[in-house]
Design a protein around this ligand. Structure first.
Ligand code: A2P
Length: 285
């Protein structure tokens, strides 16, 4: 792995460069705390922000931009189409809403958040096909620089590819020590997708692990840094979430050490009680 810092990039299948660590915003509040955390992230040097319609904090990104003075084109912004917008018209209208909240004229990466919304369980394939068609149109019009999926498993990918004209460039899934979705990982890669890792710290649970504490001493790095570095070395793009300035900054300092191969394998098997990825065909939303 030859990443120098957080501005080093993965290259998507369409050539777009994506900064190798993103600022995750799932569970970040939608108020002033959210704005302050994005401001802290921009100040710490993040140039990649990952939000979603469902997080209800897209407007925090817009507000932080207005206050920060950072140039829009210097930051990679991802948002995601929520489960209540899986149709052509609803993608188009909810995308416009997202742009307004983000205070931008384009999005760098647009994802389908979940493949199989509860309300569409009997016709998710057709709904995804239509959703994707709208996203392809946004892509062709230059309003999004890349398109992708999240929480898709092999059968969802196969169904999408039956009608897709443009293949997805990213699959964003849960990934942290003890939670590795080997089949999705291998299949997504075989179809040219970059894997992004949400909950890279197991939503914080990894920080309690005794095994991780021992590794933290061995490498003289925090548990969070080891988790993030481990994800990068596995070829994932980590999306750590924090609202705490010192942690936000700490989570970028992962480029001055390397985890050896034995420990990479050992970490993969650590069970810190992190919940497995939700079954996308059974989620209650
Ligand atoms: P907080 O947001 O209060 O700072 P994940 O990215 O896996 O979802 O994990 C997010 C959780 O981990 C949040 O509870 C966050 O707390 C916490 N967290 C993030 N970075 C660190 C860190 N460097 N040290 C300790 N806890 C952290």
């Amino acid at each position: 792995m030859d990443f120098k810092d957080q501005n080093s990039t993965f290259r998507l299948s369409n050539g777009v460069e994506i900064p190798c660590i993103g600022f995750g915003m799932w569970q970040t509040p939608s108020d002033e705390v959210g704005v302050a955390s994005v401001l802290s992230a921009l100040e710490a040097g993040y140039r990649h922000i990952d939000t979603a319609q469902a997080y209800r904090n897209e407007q925090c990104v817009g507000e932080a931009f207005r206050r920060s003075g950072v140039k829009r084109e210097d930051v990679f912004i991802t948002t995601k189409i929520w489960n209540d917008a899986h149709s052509y018209d609803l993608v188009m209208s909810s995308f416009e809403e997202s742009l307004k909240k983000l205070d931008t004229s384009y999005v760098d990466l647009l994802l389908i958040h979940w493949p199989n919304p509860q309300a569409l369980r009997d016709r998710w394939q057709a709904a995804n096909a239509e959703t994707w068609k709208a996203m392809e149109e946004l892509y062709r019009a230059g309003r999004v620089r890349a398109i992708g999926i999240s929480n898709f498993r092999k059968h969802h990918i196969d169904a999408l590819l039956e009608t897709a004209e443009i293949p997805p460039m990213v699959n964003q899934i849960k990934h942290c020590p003890g939670v590795i979705q080997t089949e999705v990982e291998e299949y997504s890669r075989s179809k040219g997708m970059l894997l992004e890792a949400y909950s890279p710290l197991g939503t914080g649970r990894m920080l309690e692990s005794e095994e991780m504490k021992a590794l933290s001493e061995k490498y003289d790095r925090s548990i969070a840094q080891i988790c993030i570095r481990w994800g990068l070395q596995r070829g994932y793009l980590p999306l750590p979430k924090s609202i705490t300035p010192s942690r936000i900054e700490e989570n970028l300092r992962v480029f001055d050490f390397e985890i050896d191969e034995d420990d990479m394998n050992y970490i993969a098997g650590i069970d810190a009680g992190v919940r497995n990825a939700s079954n996308p065909d059974a989620v209650p939303f």
